[in-house]
Design a protein around this ligand. Structure first.
Ligand SMILES: [Zn+2]
Length: 175
């Protein structure tokens, strides 16, 4: 198994769309950045890269590279997934916490989880999306995301059969 952790923050700016977790959320301000500023996708991307000890998102996708200007951040996530699979791992689950004063994430959490499920190729019930307000932190003009991922070695064709060992105590058969 491997564990990965990622963190990111972006500043709110007027006149740009707000994208969090791969979906657009109706809000007067969006998150500035060289790409689409999707703070949650960036944190999850870094968590995946960190789990396999790959270079981080800023190294792979330099903010100085014109190719990533305004880029859909799902591109970064897809590259992290590609590297993870090449390293022989699969995602078991993802947990995340967003910290932002506005907008409320609760009403959008289900849609974000569904979107992430599609991007990550795991069920939505393996993806945690939590949100908190930044009490006393003075970061009301920013959105912050933390993400943790658990990876397991990909299943191989030599998967064990389910035969139980002789002599081992068995529980009653349930129907
Ligand atoms: Zn970012």
């Amino acid at each position: 198994m491997r564990i990965g952790y990622g963190w990111d923050s972006h500043e709110f700016k007027s006149g740009i769309p707000l994208r969090i977790g791969g979906i657009e959320i109706e809000h007067p301000r969006g998150l500035g950045g060289h790409s689409d500023g999707d703070v949650l996708l960036h944190a999850i991307t870094d968590a995946l890269l960190g789990a396999i000890a790959a270079p981080d998102i800023g190294t792979l996708f330099s903010p100085g590279d014109a190719r990533w200007k305004g880029a859909d951040s799902s591109l970064f996530l897809e590259e992290a997934m590609r590297r993870m699979k090449a390293a022989g791992y699969a995602i078991t689950n993802v947990d995340s916490t967003l910290i932002l004063a506005q907008p409320k994430i609760g009403p959008h959490a289900a849609a974000i989880r569904e979107k992430l499920a599609g991007l990550l190729g795991i069920p939505a019930n393996c993806i945690g999306v939590k949100a908190k307000t930044p009490e006393g932190m003075g970061t009301d003009n920013a959105a912050i995301a933390h993400a943790a991922v658990l990876l397991e070695k990909s299943k191989t064709s030599s998967a064990k059969s389910s035969t139980s060992k002789p002599g081992h105590s068995q529980s009653k058969t349930r129907h």
